[in-house]
Design a protein around this ligand. Structure first.
Ligand SMILES: NC(=O)c1ccc[n+]([C@@H]2O[C@H](COP(=O)([O-])OP(=O)(O)OC[C@H]3O[C@@H](n4cnc5c(N)ncnc54)[C@H](OP(=O)(O)O)[C@@H]3O)[C@@H](O)[C@H]2O)c1
Length: 313
């Protein structure tokens, strides 16, 4: 099969012909139709801590091609989507456990397309995990730093669906996109001072902040815009928990794979939201498998709005 393989440290990955894997007794062989691109794909490649060689990618949509001798939950020809970390998804085939909560999967209804499904798992589950940790509900004022990206777009929509008021930051030229995700108030970080703009938009302070912005050290200043007793979650490990605690704020650095949202049920929640028209997937662009390394470079530049998806023929 064709796959984007990283063979040595510093290798950005390249399209190679490799043997198609065989499923173990409780595993499923999936013919991949689309793979979602996430920053973790290039981050884990660049960190260089994975056993070599490996295939890039973790989010997928596809069709069951074969099942292991003891796998009974899925049938050949069924569509499914989810996470396949160990085997990678920038490939014509991948392997998933039929019931392994570390790599959640779910059946895919006919009404949801391959690209939309492949865009959902990591970013969607992260949005659910973050909103859970932030206790976002009706009446919550939530600030999302990075509302125009993959996680931010899903988080804004789900927060609005739960009755929250959303303030979101992004590049000023992306205001329309941010508003389409449900941002009630939009702050262009390249045009306004974010802290001052949040104070003006929410003079009493916000209840919750979701920090999604890599390499931005502005998170410390968020203590000035969060109410006493409020919460902040960072997905990039940037929150100084003790410093926030001294200001009466509960801070968490979440790792989505260690949260309850990272589950088969979490994926089914996302499907339900999409099927009920409460969550929309915005595809920034679709790239061929042969362009996957270029797609990772696009993601690394930090300017992907919505989700980038690799399509596999
Ligand atoms: N801890 C975990 O388990 C976990 C899980 C998922 C994701 N993450 C991390 O969370 C981060 C977000 O993930 P993602 O999938 O949403 O990434 P993404 O889709 O690549 O995010 C790109 C977005 O970042 C925005 N952005 C860049 N600089 C900004 C700034 N200074 N202020 C506001 N927005 C800015 C861009 O908006 P503009 O184009 O409008 O500037 C763009 O829309 C990544 O670092 C990712 O690795 C962690």
């Amino acid at each position: 099969m064709k796959a984007i393989v990283v063979e040595h440290r510093g290798d950005p990955g390249a399209l190679k012909e490799v043997p198609t894997p065989s499923p173990g007794p409780h595993e499923i062989l999936v013919r991949v139709t689309a793979a979602g691109v996430n920053p973790i794909d290039w981050k884990s490649r660049d960190r260089g801590d994975r056993t070599l060689p490996f295939i890039l990618g973790q989010d997928f949509a596809g069709v069951v091609s074969a099942t292991g001798s003891r796998a009974s939950k899925y049938r050949e020809g069924e569509r499914l989507f989810g996470i396949a970390r160990a085997h990678g998804t920038y490939a014509e085939y991948t392997i998933v456990g039929e019931d392994d909560n570390a790599t959640p999967i779910a059946k895919l209804p006919d009404g949801i397309g391959d690209a939309d499904a492949a865009a959902l798992p990591t970013a969607g589950l992260t949005a659910l995990a973050a909103l859970g940790a932030l206790e976002v509900g009706s009446g919550t004022t939530l600030l999302i730093l990075g509302v125009t990206g993959g996680v931010g777009g899903f988080a804004a929509q789900i927060a609005r669906d739960r009755g929250a008021r959303v303030i979101g930051t992004g590049r000023s030229s992306n205001e329309a996109l941010a508003r389409s995700f449900g941002a009630d108030t939009f702050i262009g970080y390249d045009r306004e001072n974010v802290v001052e703009a949040v104070k003006a938009a929410s003079p009493g302070g916000t209840d919750a902040v979701l920090d999604l912005v890599d390499g931005d050290d502005a998170i410390g200043a968020m203590a000035d815009v969060i109410k006493n007793g409020g919460r902040i979650v960072s997905t990039i490990g940037a929150a100084d928990i003790d410093a926030f605690a001294r200001r009466g704020i509960t801070a968490q650095n979440i790792v989505v794979g260690q949260t309850p949202s990272w589950s088969h049920a979490g994926l089914r929640t996302l499907l339900e939201l999409v099927e009920q028209g409460r969550l929309r997937v915005t595809i920034a662009a679709e790239r061929d498998l042969s362009d996957a390394v270029g797609a990772l470079e696009e993601s690394k530049r930090g300017r992907v709005n919505g989700k980038l998806v690799i399509t596999v023929d």
